[in-house]
Design a protein around this ligand. Sequence first.
Ligand SMILES: NC(=O)c1ccc[n+]([C@@H]2O[C@H](COP(=O)([O-])OP(=O)(O)OC[C@H]3O[C@@H](n4cnc5c(N)ncnc54)[C@H](OP(=O)(O)O)[C@@H]3O)[C@@H](O)[C@H]2O)c1
Length: 306
Amino acid sequence: MSFVIWRVKQELWRNMLVTGQSRQDNIITIRSTIVLKKEKCIMDMGLKYKTALVTGSTKGIGKAIAIELAKEGVNVLINGRNYEEVERTVNEIKSDFPATSPQNATADIVDIGQREALFEKCPEIDILVNNMGIYEIMQYVDVDDEVWEKYFRTNVLAANGLSKFYLPKMLKNDYGRLIFIASEEAIMPSGQMPQYGMTKSMLLSLSKSLSKLTIGTEVTVNTIMPGPTLSENVHQIIESMYPHEDMTFSEKEKDFMVTNLPQSEIQRFIKPIEIGRLATFVCSPYASAFKGSPIRMDGGMVPTIF
Ligand SMILES: NC(=O)c1ccc[n+]([C@@H]2O[C@H](COP(=O)([O-])OP(=O)(O)OC[C@H]3O[C@@H](n4cnc5c(N)ncnc54)[C@H](OP(=O)(O)O)[C@@H]3O)[C@@H](O)[C@H]2O)c1
């Protein structure tokens, strides 16, 4: 029995009991719902043929955002510092979404020269997702001026440099989406990474300032604040915390959440795809009323209402 037929039969009995509809009506409704879901025709976000640059998109949250955008027919510019790694991601997306034209946008975006070369190669985009950012647990006393500057240059100035180049073009076209990826640390510093939290708070302020420039236009500037998310990097950190235990990853994750993040209401890491889908929605025309908004997807980590 195929998956669709099995699911139709299962849903049929349940729905007939709940809705009181005839067997035939129920078959039609359920079959079309399941077929639509199976074919991934979930919702057309109105993003086909747009072009998006997602910084730091060979891994983790950035890659998930790029994939979700490509799923909607967006031509994504994949960025990272390693040409081969970027090329691998471009080929993967091209093979999964052949109707789109992903491109290699290799550049160390912290380096002004490489950023300018990127502008020359990709002068026009509709969507900029400033995702790339570095993070590391550090004691406040160990954060010297060099570290503060490195975090400021990497997590703030790189994103600002890209925004300064692309935002005026978006304003001229009267269409564009600019998203900063911050963190729950922006509004709820844990104290475990002061050098990081500071940069993420700065992004919220920068995002609001830039949003003020978009008044009366179809350009939006917003910030997404993910909570702890299971990127490859975070996966490795968790594995390294349980080097000897005979536990599945899911058991390690549960233990980690209970011990270290008891305030999380989902008691699991957020999946990169969840952030990817949210970012795709924020990029869509349906989200044009989000202006200068800090948008939380933190699994309930932040305990306050706002
Ligand atoms: N993971 C979390 O729990 C979490 C939670 C809240 C917020 N965030 C934020 O979400 C964003 C992504 O986090 P993630 O965990 O997905 O990161 P990640 O797994 O460490 O991925 C980083 C990506 O950025 C690229 N990259 C690093 N430095 C770069 C540079 N100078 N120029 C261009 N590309 C560079 C990396 O490729 P190369 O190394 O090959 O260059 C890679 O593609 C960050 O801003 C982070 O602060 C993450």
